[in-house]
Structures are given as C-alpha cells and as structure tokens.
Design a protein around this ligand. Structure first.
Ligand SMILES: Cc1cc2nc3c(=O)[nH]c(=O)nc-3n(C[C@H](O)[C@H](O)[C@H](O)COP(=O)(O)OP(=O)(O)OC[C@H]3O[C@@H](n4cnc5c(N)ncnc54)[C@H](O)[C@@H]3O)c2cc1C
Length: 397
C-alpha cells in the first residue's frame, strides 16, 4: 500500500522539499497575521500544483487521486491552510471532469490547471451544514432563459479569491425527496472583489469570518441577491444537470473525504515529528523526557495512528483510482485520519508542556488547526452515519 511509483516518489519528494523550505519557515508568520500566503501560492502555481489531477489535454499533470493524496499529505504537513487553497479547487475540477459538458471543460479547466482561476465549493448555509437537503438558496428561471439566484451561503473556503464557485441551490422547491430538486451552478465572479458588478452583479462576498485557526485562507459567507447565472453554467448543462446537483456534489464529497483524510495524515505526521524532536531536547528529573516510558507510550500511540491513518487513506484513494467502490472506505479514512490528526496534535501538545501553549512553538498553531478536519466534508458523526449505512447496504441479508 505504501509503495510509490518513480513518478509519485519524485513528486512527493519535491513537495516535501517545498514544504520544508517554503511553507514551514513562513507558516507561523502568516498564521499570526492571518495573511494570505501569496508568494507561496505563486510558487505552487509555478510547480503546477493547481492542475495535479486535471488531464494533460487541458494543461494539467493528469495524475491520479493516489498521487494527489500523497501531495496533500506533504502540503498539510507544512500547513493545512495551504492544502485548503488547493482542496476546493481540486473538488471543482473533479466536478467539471466528471459531470461538466465539453464546453464547460474547455472553458474552465485550462485556466484552472495553471491556477489562473481558482475554484470554491459551496453547500453550507447559515442554518445548515450536515443536512445539505435543507438548502434554502434558490434559483428560478427567468423569461430570457437565465437563472436568478437568491440566498446566503456560509463557510466558503476561498470564497473571496475564487473566480468560480460550484454552488448547490434549490431549483424545484416542491421536489420529494428534496434532493431531487437541487442543481449545481458554476457561479462566476471577479476574484478578490467583495461587491461584484456588471455581469456578476448581485454576488457579494461579506468580510471574512474570524476563526480559531486555519488562518491565511479565507472562509466567507456569500450573498446572492438577484445574481444572474446563464443556463449554460448549470454543471453538465441544463438538459442533463438540472435537479441533479445533489448527487453530483455527494460524488465529489467522496473524493473530498479522501482529501481531508490526507490532511489529517499530514498534520498528524508533523505533530509526531515535533514530539520526537522536543522529547529528545527537554530534560526532567535528570534525563530527556523521551526516556520516560509514559512519553514513549505517547510517541508509540501517535506513530501507530499516523501509520494506520495513512494506510486507510491510501486504500480509499487506490480503490477510487481502480474504479472500484470506495464510499465506505473514504468515510472510514476521513473519520480515522481526522481523529488521528486531533489525537496526535493533542499528544504532541502535552509533550511540549507549557511551551506548547506558547505562540513561539509550532504545535500551538497545529492545536488550533487540527479541529477543522473533524468538521469539513462532514463531521465525525456524519462519517459514522455514512459508514453505517454503506456497511448495511453491502451486507444486506
Ligand atoms: C473553516 C471552515 C471551512 C469550511 N469550508 C466549507 C466550504 O468550503 N464549503 C462548504 O460548503 N462548507 C464549508 N464548511 C462548512 C462545514 O462543511 C460544516 O460546518 C459541516 O458540514 C458541519 O455543519 P454545521 O456546522 O452546520 O453543523 P451541524 O450540521 O449543525 O451539526 C452540529 C452538530 O450536530 C451533529 N449532527 C448533525 N446531524 C446529526 C445527526 N443526524 N446525527 C448525529 N449528529 C448530528 C454534527 O456532527 C455536529 O456535531 C466549512 C466549515 C469551516 C469551519
């Protein structure tokens, strides 16, 4: 499971070096200032990291989910905000590759592959996150054939800087079941502009939400107030895509879960590295703390969790790449790896003693960052619901 092809080895070595040289030395500064890491993102564009899974014919690298997963682990080991900048973009490109029309792929993928335009992904609203079918933001068809979107979205990662927001809205309020009345629109806007005008009028991005961690990358609300979206921006085209958005988004969430799992592995791995180092530097009762068995047990539990999380994550990615069912495995990987991230960060924090509470030490940032992974792409409770449901489907008597 851990074997890498020569290509995978070369690219993960390159990204690890990038994380060591460019991300880790700068992450604390950007985190403390809550500033967008523009120079790092610029280098990621040059390295082609916005087009990892986009086919070569559209200017991407055409690599598989397994390789992407390995890359995300390395980026997240550096700072999960950096992987967050790529992640919703990856989900957007996945949606286009799997469900988009030829015209939609031609129009967006080449510019997405270079990172010239970046994508966000918007399901959540102020009154809902887990219960996606309760979405209230609605689109209605106008006489000229375009759709008008009204409503409010919440917690949109990359909400300000993105040029495309894959937005799930209600298009048939009377649909029963509710999920049959939802459509994914490719909502275009000006990147980095709060109040859009002209053809994007009615699309407003309020000031960034203030967060405990996961700094640097913006999380925003989105307000749609009479925003016009042409029918050709329905994912998959109007004829095929209208009222099919829920299934499209749930499909994308499956790969999104593998992606969050990889972020869990990355942050857990970093927490372990910090603990291994600090425990050999700090002395108590006349010896390094690593010589106390209680500390060794913590290190052992952390290393075991990291390894298990990595294996589950790679298994889910490899199954998906092989075209096999991976819904259950993606849920397990997301659940286990995000909890492993939280566990390892907390254990590493404890090993750091009082210094873990200091902003001078990297573990303090990880302690604020790790909980996000328990929430995004479905909470741990939701993963257990997914796993339970899929288990029963697969083992029906
Ligand atoms: C920093 C950040 C970035 C985000 N980025 C995005 C993004 O880019 N796009 C996007 O669409 N969303 C994004 N989200 C939103 C995220 O997906 C939701 O917060 C998440 O799905 C949980 O939804 P909620 O916050 O509404 O919690 P709720 O759904 O209100 O849940 C509250 C609690 O109840 C539990 N719960 C809910 N239903 C059940 C049930 N049936 N059984 C048992 N327990 C249950 C949950 O597990 C949780 O513990 C982001 C969130 C954060 C914090």
């Amino acid at each position: 499971m851990l074997d890498k092809t020569d290509e995978q080895k070369a690219i993960t070595d390159m990204v690890r070096q990038f994380a060591d040289e460019q991300i880790l030395p700068n992450a604390e500064r950007y985190d403390h200032e809550d500033a967008f890491p523009e120079p790092i993102v610029e280098q990621m564009r040059e390295l082609g990291l916005f087009g990892v899974t986009i086919p070569e014919e559209y200017g991407g690298m055409g690599l598989d989910l397994t390789t992407y997963t390995l890359i995300v682990e390395e980026l997240s080991r550096g700072w999960i905000s950096i992987s967050g900048i790529v992640n919703t973009h990856f989900i957007g490109s996945y949606l286009l590759m799997k469900f988009g029309t030829d015209e939609q792929r031609q129009k967006y993928l080449p510019r997405m592959a270079t990172g010239e335009i970046r994508a966000a992904f918007s399901l959540s609203e102020p009154e809902l996150g887990s219960d996606v079918q309760a979405i209230k933001t609605a689109a209605k068809k106008l006489d000229d054939g375009a759709y008008e979107i009204n409503g409010q979205k919440m917690w949109v990662t990359n909400g300000l800087k993105a040029g495309l927001v894959f937005t799930l809205v209600k298009t048939d309020p009377g649909a029963d079941p509710r999920h049959r009345g939802m459509t994914c629109f490719i909502a275009e806007k000006e990147p980095d502009v709060s109040e859009n005008s002209g053809e994007y009028a009615g699309f407003t991005v309020p000031p960034q939400l203030k967060k405990m961690g996961y700094k640097g990358v913006e999380s925003t609300e989105l307000v749609f107030d009479g925003y016009r979206c042409p029918a050709e921006n329905i994912l998959g085209g109007e004829e095929v895509g209208l009222n099919k958005g829920f299934a499209q988004m749930m499909d994308a969430l499956e790969v999104g879960r593998v992606n969050v799992a990889a972020r869990g592995v990355g942050i857990a791995q970093r927490a372990l590295e910090l603990a291994l180092r600090y425990s050999q530097e700090r002395k108590t009762f006349g010896k390094q703390i690593a010589d106390h068995q209680a500390i060794q047990f913590k290190l052992a539990d952390m290393a075991t969790q990291v390894e298990a999380a990595r294996l589950l994550t790679l298994r889910a990615a490899r199954l998906k790449d092989a075209g096999e069912r991976s819904d259950l495995e993606a849920g397990m990987a997301k659940l286990f790896a995000s909890e492993a991230g939280r566990f390892c960060v907390e254990e590493s924090f404890r090993i750091h003693g009082g210094y873990g509470y200091s902003k001078e030490y990297e573990i303090e940032r990880l302690y604020r960052d790790a909980p996000l992974l328990l929430i995004g792409e479905g909470t741990s409770e939701i993963q257990r619901m997914v796993i339970g449901k899929k288990l029963l489907q697969r083992h029906k008597i």
